[in-house]
Design a protein around this ligand. Structure first.
Ligand code: FE
Length: 195
């Protein structure tokens, strides 16, 4: 199975001014593409190349280059889907109720997620996931993903420097503030309803 870089669900300047077209050129066009290319090279001649889906590769690969590249391909695709031009605001419906029940309020949830995103030491990801029927906020290092812990990811924020250095230099907190203005809550709600 050969993996390809999925199309972005918006144009490269669609997330501006919060995330620039230049960031997308590099983050999507170079970094995400490189993970796809590396994964295909690593899977050639490897039994994991016969897995039916990228999720299966992520779940079955041992720690190492195949896991790192497969998880980075999956995490990035999931990240792009979780953003949308004119996004932000608050979720509606069942997800809104579940967030209030789990965290007390949307503001409290946002505060906890922001703390995980800003506080993650070095490269990684912040996540809202559903684990054992409960909403949890968490962060992972490097290519780490909730897919390997039996959780269902609902939303993620990439906090690798390549996600924000062009637009915000070292100011990760400013980038996370902008992330909230782009969140595709309909995507997160759909993931929640499917889980
Ligand atoms: Fe990234």
């Amino acid at each position: 199975m050969v993996y390809t870089l999925p199309e972005l669900p918006y144009p490269k300047d669609g997330l501006a001014p919060h995330i620039s077209a230049e960031t997308l050129e590099f983050h999507y066009g170079k970094h995400h593409q490189a993970y796809v290319d590396n994964l295909n090279k690593l899977l050639a001649g490897n039994p994991l190349g016969n897995e039916a889906s990228l999720e299966d590769v992520v779940r079955k690969a041992p720690q190492g280059p195949i896991f790192n590249n497969a998880a980075q391909v999956w995490n990035h695709t999931f990240y792009w889907m979780g953003l949308t031009p004119k996004g932000g605001g608050e979720p509606q419906g069942a997800l809104a109720l579940a967030i209030n029940a789990a965290f007390g309020s949307f503001a409290k949830f946002q505060e906890e997620f922001t703390a995980k995103a800003v506080g993650q030491f070095g490269s990684g990801w912040a996540w809202l996931s559903l684990k054992d029927g409960k909403l949890v906020v968490d962060s992972t290092s490097n290519a780490g993903t909730p897919l390997t812990t039996g959780a269902t990811p609902l939303l993620t924020c990439d906090v690798w420097e390549h996600a924000y250095y062009v637009d915000y230099r070292n100011a990760r907190a400013k980038y996370v503030e902008s992330f909230w203005k782009l969140v595709n809550w309909a995507f997160a709600a759909k993931n929640f309803e499917k889980a």
